[in-house]
Design a protein around this ligand. Structure first.
Ligand code: FES
Ligand SMILES: [Fe+2]
Length: 348
C-alpha cells in the first residue's frame, strides 16, 4: 500500500485546522453551510447544445445562458442584456451573434454589441464565463473574482470517449459532500453492501486528487474476479471521473459524476457512463455487435450506480455538514480530502 501524503499547501494540519481556513457561513439547524467553491462545473451535455440552440442553466444562485454558434463553438454569458436587462435565455443565434429578444441588439462571440436596429450599436458588451468542452460535457468556470481560470481540467486519457447513458438527481446538500462519498470507504459496506480495499490512497496534485480501490459486492464476493481495480480522479469539486475494467469481458467502464452547485445546499448530480473495449478491439471481434454491447453494458452499470446513489441521496438530503468531524481510524482519506478541498474556497 502506498504512503499517504498531505495535499500541497496543507502543511500537514489536521482537518479541523484546515476547515478553519474556510470562511464561516450562516448556520442553521443543519449546521454551517459552505460557500460556493471555485472550479469547473458541468452545465450541459454537448448534445443538448446543438448549433443555434440557446439554453438557460442555474449555477451557483444565478442564471447562465449557453449558446452555440454555427461554427460549432459554445459560449456562456451572464443572462441580462446590458441595454435594458432582458433575459438572453430567450434570445436567438443569428449569423454567429446572440440576438436579444427585446430590441434585437446583436452581440458577437467576444461579447461586443455589433448591431442595434435603427442606429449605431452602443458601447456595450456581454460578460462571458470561461467555458470548456470535454468528453461530451460543457463545463463553465466559477471563480471568486474575475481573474481567468486558475487551472484546467486534465485531458482524460481517452478524449474521444463520450458517455451513452445518463442519470441526474437533485441533491439537497453542498457539492463538497458528494465527492466526499467516494473517499468515505466506511460507508461502502455499511450503506451499499460493498467490500472495499484501498489499493492506492488519495493523492493530490494541485486541484486534482486521484486514488485506486478494489470493490466487490459483499454478498457476491465472486464478483471480485470479474471486476478490475477502480481508479478515480477528481478535478476540483465538480468533476469526478472513474475507470474500471471487466477483464474477463475485455471491457472498460468510464463513469463521470458531474456535481454542480445550483443554490445553497442544492447540487445537481449528473452521472454518465461509457463502455469501451479495454484495449483496441480485434478486427475479427464482430464490429456490428460491439456498439449495442457497449451501450447495453453502460446502461446496466448506470442502473447499478444509480441504485446505490439513491441510498446516498436519502442520507445527503437530511444530513448536516460537520465542519469538525470526529474521524475514526480508517477515515484518514476523508481528512486528506477535506484539507485538499480547502483550496477551492476564498480566504476567510
Ligand atoms: S434589452 Fe436587450 S436589446 Fe434591449
Ligand atoms: Fe455512496
Amino acid at each position: 500500500m502506498e504512503t499517504r501524503v498531505d495535499p500541497p499547501g496543507s502543511g500537514g494540519r489536521d482537518t479541523a485546522d484546515a476547515q478553519r481556513r474556510v470562511p464561516a457561513a450562516p448556520e442553521d439547524a443543519r449546521g454551517p453551510e459552505l460557500p460556493y467553491p471555485s472550479g469547473w462545473f458541468c452545465l450541459a451535455l454537448s448534445r443538448e447544445l446543438a448549433p443555434g440552440r440557446v439554453l438557460t442553466r442555474r449555477f451557483a444562485g444565478e442564471d447562465v445562458v449557453l449558446y452555440r454558434t454555427g461554427d460549432g463553438r459554445p459560449h456562456a454569458v451572464r443572462p441580462y442584456c446590458p441595454h435594458l436587462g432582458a433575459h438572453l435565455g430567450s434570445g436567438t443565434v443569428e449569423g454567429g451573434n446572440l440576438v436579444c429578444p427585446f430590441h434585437r441588439f446583436a452581440f458577437a462571440p467576444d461579447g461586443t454589441c455589433v448591431h442595434a436596429p435603427g442606429g449605431p450599436a452602443p458601447r456595450a458588451r456581454l460578460e462571458h464565463h470561461p467555458l470548456r468542452e470535454r468528453n461530451g460535457f460543457v463545463l463553465v468556470w466559477r471563480g471568486h473574482d474575475a481573474t481567468p481560470p486558475a487551472w484546467e481540467i486534465p485531458e482524460a486519457p481517452a478524449a474521444d470517449i463520450t458517455p451513452t447513458a445518463y442519470w441526474t438527481a437533485d441533491v439537497f446538500t453542498h457539492v463538497q459532500d458528494l465527492a466526499e462519498n467516494a473517499i468515505d470507504y466506511r460507508h461502502l459496506p455499511a450503506l451499499h453492501g460493498v467490500a472495499v480495499e484501498e489499493i492506492a490512497p488519495p493523492r493530490a496534485e494541485g486541484p486534482c486528487l486521484a486514488g485506486r480501490l478494489r470493490m466487490a459486492p459483499q454478498r457476491l464476493p465472486a464478483m471480485k474476479k470479474l471486476m478490475g481495480d477502480y481508479s478515480y480522479a477528481l478535478a476540483g469539486l465538480g468533476y469526478f471521473r472513474t475507470e474500471t475494467s471487466l477483464p474477463p469481458l475485455g471491457l472498460a467502464i468510464h463513469m463521470w459524476a458531474m456535481n454542480t452547485p445550483i443554490a445553497p445546499r442544492h447540487t445537481r448530480m449528473l452521472v454518465a457512463v461509457a463502455c469501451t473495449a479495454a484495449e483496441q478491439p480485434q478486427p475479427s471481434a464482430l464490429p456490428l455487435l460491439r456498439r449495442p454491447l457497449y451501450r447495453g453494458v453502460a446502461r446496466a452499470m448506470l442502473w447499478a450506480a444509480a441504485g446505490a446513489l439513491r441510498d446516498d441521496v436519502k442520507i445527503w438530503n437530511i444530513k448536516r455538514y460537520e465542519p469538525r468531524p470526529r474521524l475514526a481510524a480508517g477515515d484518514e482519506a476523508i481528512g486528506y480530502y477535506r484539507r485538499w478541498a480547502c483550496q477551492f474556497y476564498p480566504p476567510p
